[in-house]
Design a binder for this molecule. Sequence first.
Ligand code: NAP
Length: 216
Amino acid sequence: MKVLVVGANGQVGKHLVKMIQDSEHMEAKAMIRKEEQASYFNELGAETVVVDLEDDIETISQAYEGVDAVVFTAGSGPNTGPDKTVLIDLDGAVKTIEAAKQSGVNRYIMISSFDTTREAIQGAPSSFAPYVVAKHYADDLLRRTNLNYTIIHPGMLTNDEGSGQVEASEKVERGEIAREDVAGVILSTLENESTIGKEFQVVGGTQSIKEAIDSL
Ligand code: NAP
């Protein structure tokens, strides 16, 4: 299975591409936005494609050639304003969903935020609310497609070494999770077709990633 990783040069993305390359039955295609980011992926033997999420759907679709599944783990990050939140976390995500539909790439995994419900929008501090709104509507659109989607809602991301142990369920207590473990959760999700049509929250916990994903 060839997996297009959107946001491959990000912190979760880099872990994920490495794990995919180390796996037996998958290979990664890293979607990056600058040619100079390619060396990390070339060293892993992963293909790269240079596309910016501010490009149009047709350009983004070109990255889907030869691909069986898409993972969206891009994000505008905390150092830009609401303009980029709308352009990347909302419109960028929507364009990758539209590109998946147009390209016939049916498997789509969204890395969402922990809580993207309307209540979470109402309860968010004003500086965070645009991000929750963006994630809410991207998730909402994805649920309304016929794509084989899974929506992953991780807790607060840390750069701790992954423990390989998580708690995953439709609803879990708010908590932290290592980015490396999020990558492991994505890999297990790609490997397990029973996650199709599901969404779940995930934080650090006491169950192995495989067990946690298999028991969803
Ligand atoms: P990250 O390190 O900030 O990586 C984000 C990636 O998105 C970067 O590689 C960045 O590219 C890419 N990107 C930004 N704008 C782009 C554009 N215009 N075109 C193409 N790519 C673009 O993110 P992370 O910490 O790994 O987080 C992964 C995901 O988890 C994100 O979707 C985030 O919203 C979500 N999340 C985060 C938290 C949290 O606690 N932070 C919690 C739950 C979910 P460059 O490398 O070129 O900058």
